[in-house]
Write a protein that binds this ligand. Sequence first.
Ligand code: F6P
Length: 361
Amino acid sequence: MKKVVISTGGGDAPGLNAVIYAVVHACYRQGWEVYGSRSGYAGFLDIDEMVRLTPRDVQEIYAIGGTILGSTNKGSPFARPVENLAGEITLVDISDKIMKNYRRMGFDCHIAIGGDGSLEIAHRFSKLGMKVIGVPKTIDNDLMATDRTFGFDTAVSTATEALDKLHSTAKSHDRVMVVEVMGRDSGWIALYSGISGGADVILIPEIPFELESVCEKIADNELREKHYSIVVVAEGALAKGGEIISKGEGELGRQEVILGGIGEWVATEIRKLTDKDTRSLTLGHLQRGGSPTTFDRLLALRFGAAAVRLVEAGTFGHMVALDSSQMKAVPIEEAIKTRKKVDLTSDKISTARDIGICFGD
Ligand code: F6P
């Protein structure tokens, strides 16, 4: 009999609930107990935030977006912002408290579902003696050591559907529509949705762009009697010699700056340079919402079940990963070394170029 605790950390992604569903069911079949820690590690600090999960508690959640456990992308237990009596904020390491409670609560292991930030935290706990299995999540698809993370396919589908809808309005008004998508400093969502959604231009962080080149493509469209253009911009894209545009630090204890604003900047510049009617929109958190696609659901269920198999085998300190079409275990540190960038030699880039998409280079 084992006592397993599961947590979801970082930005939510469609498929989190499917992982929880699979873990709970697979553990139940082994006769093990599963607990869920709410909002990342809150359950290790407050018993009311630790919930028992049985198959009854997770009925049909595999099809629902978000996470029944809640999530957070601020306040790492290794650097948690705490206000002292003088009203000053200091960063405090509360990891020993979490380790103590993990042991006191009698857990055998922790299944941590997260992106690079949450898996890095899980890895640090693993070094402190916690038995950890990682499950890779993020709509950005920027984790190393796995072909895919769940959440990405749903985000790409949402962005593609939005692009499909924008064609008709752009065409009716002979406009340039600039669409900013998520992805942090990787261009996966922009690339996949841009190709599938008929973009004329795709701007990704991996290829710094020149506005002249973007405007040339728009002018070329005009020459070919196509009087509207769709430009997809990854939130982390940047002009050659320019800087990433962000909205600042965001909430206290947050690990990352909030990206955003490049789409509007590109639209303003295109308007100035081409005199075309240009509009911009940011898809934002729509890409994180809704029910997971079949692909993401299946991947998340497979990840959850594979994580429980790793618990059974005692393969701790590892993350489940998709390798070609197989599930495998990789050391967590492999996944968090660097962020996975779009491979510029991949056939997706050549496909885009072959069908006339401009990358602004
Ligand atoms: O990592 C997922 C992600 O959605 C990024 O694409 C985006 O930059 C970030 O999270 C947004 O974070 P938040 O939900 O805190 O605004």
